[in-house]
Design a binder for this molecule. Structure first.
Ligand SMILES: Cc1cc2nc3c(=O)[nH]c(=O)nc-3n(C[C@H](O)[C@H](O)[C@H](O)COP(=O)(O)OP(=O)(O)OC[C@H]3O[C@@H](n4cnc5c(N)ncnc54)[C@H](O)[C@@H]3O)c2cc1C
Length: 270
C-alpha cells in the first residue's frame, strides 16, 4: 500500500487546524496516524505528487486529495492586501494590524482566534485561568476572579454575507466558547455584507443599501473551499477502480470526522 503526499508533511488541512489556539490536540491525532502508518508498514511517499501515470498500476485507488481555499470573485481580489486563510495561518507575520476576515464560518472563527492571540500559549493553565476568571487558589467565592482577557495585537472585523448570527453552525456545545473568546478580544462582526471591491483604501462593502469602506491592511479570505478532483475523471476513463473520500468528495462544512469515517468504512470494504 502506498500513500502519496505532495507536501513535505502528512495531515493536509489538519496542519492548519493544529496551529489554532485551543486546537493543539490535533497534533496528537496526527501523531497517532504517523505511528499507525509506520506500524502497518505503509509506504509513505512525501513530496510526491500522485499523477495519473503514477497511479496506473494500482488495483484500487483512493482519492483523498482534499480541498483548496475558494478564491474571491471580486474586483481587486488580487490586491496585495488579500491573503487566503492558508497563507494567514502559515505566515501570520504577513498579516497587518487592521484585519478584515471574510466569512464567519468555522475557519473564519479559527483564523480570528489565531490572529487575535497575543502569543501566550492558549493551553497554559495560568493563562487560561486569567482569561476565563478562574481562581485556582479559591481566594474568592466559587473560585472566581475578574477575567483578564488578553489584548489582541490586531483590530479584527469578521464579515459575513448572511444576516443570521455569526457562527450559527459552530458546534452546539462549543460555539458559545468561540463567540465569547472573540468578543473578549474585541473582534467585531458585521453581518448582511455585500462585498463590492478591494483597493488601497480597504474592503468596500454594501450594507443595508449603504456603501462603506472597512479600512484594513489585510483581508483574509475564509469564504469556503473547493474539492480537488482533477485526478478522478482521467483515472475513471482509464478504467481504474476509483474511490473518493473526505474533502475531495464533499467540500462543504468542516468535518474531519466524516472524512475519517468514510476512509475507515472504505478500507474495511476493500
Ligand atoms: C483552520 C481549520 C480548522 C479546522 N478545524 C476542524 C475541526 O475543528 N474539526 C473538524 O472536524 N475539522 C476541522 N477542519 C477540517 C479538516 O481539517 C478537514 O475536514 C480534513 O482535513 C479533510 O481531510 P481530507 O483528507 O479530505 O483533505 P485535506 O486535509 O485537504 O488533505 C488532502 C491532502 O492531499 C494532498 N494532495 C492533494 N492532491 C495531491 C496529489 N495529486 N498528490 C499527492 N498529494 C495530494 C494535499 O497536499 C493534502 O495534504 C479544519 C480545517 C481548517 C483549515
Amino acid at each position: 500500500m502506498v500513500l502519496f503526499e505532495r507536501r513535505s508533511e502528512l495531515g493536509g488541512q489538519f496542519n492548519y487546524a493544529r496551529k489554532i489556539p485551543g486546537k493543539e490536540e490535533f497534533n496528537e491525532t496526527l501523531r497517532y496516524f504517523r505511528v499507525m502508518l509506520e506500524k502497518h508498514a505503509v509506504d509513505v511517499r512525501l513530496n510526491t505528487e500522485a499523477t495519473v501515470d503514477a497511479l496506473a498500476n494500482f488495483e484500487e485507488i483512493v482519492i483523498a486529495t482534499g480541498v483548496v481555499p475558494r478564491e474571491l470573485a471580486l474586483p481587486g481580489a488580487d490586491h496585495p492586501s488579500v491573503l487566503s486563510y492558508a497563507d494567514a495561518i502559515e505566515q501570520p507575520e504577513q498579516v497587518g494590524k487592521r484585519v478584515a476576515v471574510i466569512g464567519a464560518g468555522g475557519i473564519g472563527f479559527d483564523v480570528s482566534e489565531l490572529l487575535s492571540h497575543g502569543g501566550r500559549p492558549a493551553m497554559e493553565v495560568a493563562a487560561w485561568c486569567d482569561e476565563w476568571g478562574v481562581d485556582l487558589a479559591v481566594g474568592e467565592r466559587g473560585g472566581l476572579k475578574a477575567p483578564q482577557p488578553p489584548r489582541s495585537p490586531r483590530s479584527i472585523v469578521m464579515l459575513q454575507r448572511k444576516s443570521s448570527k455569526p457562527g450559527k453552525n459552530l458546534g452546539k456545545t462549543t460555539g458559545w466558547v468561540h463567540r465569547a473568546s472573540l468578543k473578549q478580544r474585541g473582534v467585531e462582526t458585521l453581518t448582511g455584507c455585500e462585498y463590492v471591491r478591494i483597493d488601497d483604501a480597504g474592503l468596500h462593502i454594501r450594507r443595508e443599501g449603504q456603501e462603506q469602506v472597512v479600512e484594513v491592511d489585510t483581508i483574509v479570505v475564509c469564504a469556503g473551499q473547493e474539492s480537488v478532483r482533477d485526478l478522478i475523471s482521467p483515472l475513471a476513463q482509464a478504467g481504474s477502480r476509483v474511490h473518493v473520500i473526505g474533502g475531495a468528495d464533499e467540500a462543504a462544512e468542516l468535518d474531519a470526522k466524516r472524512a475519517i469515517d468514510q476512509g475507515t468504512r472504505l478500507a474495511a470494504s476493500l
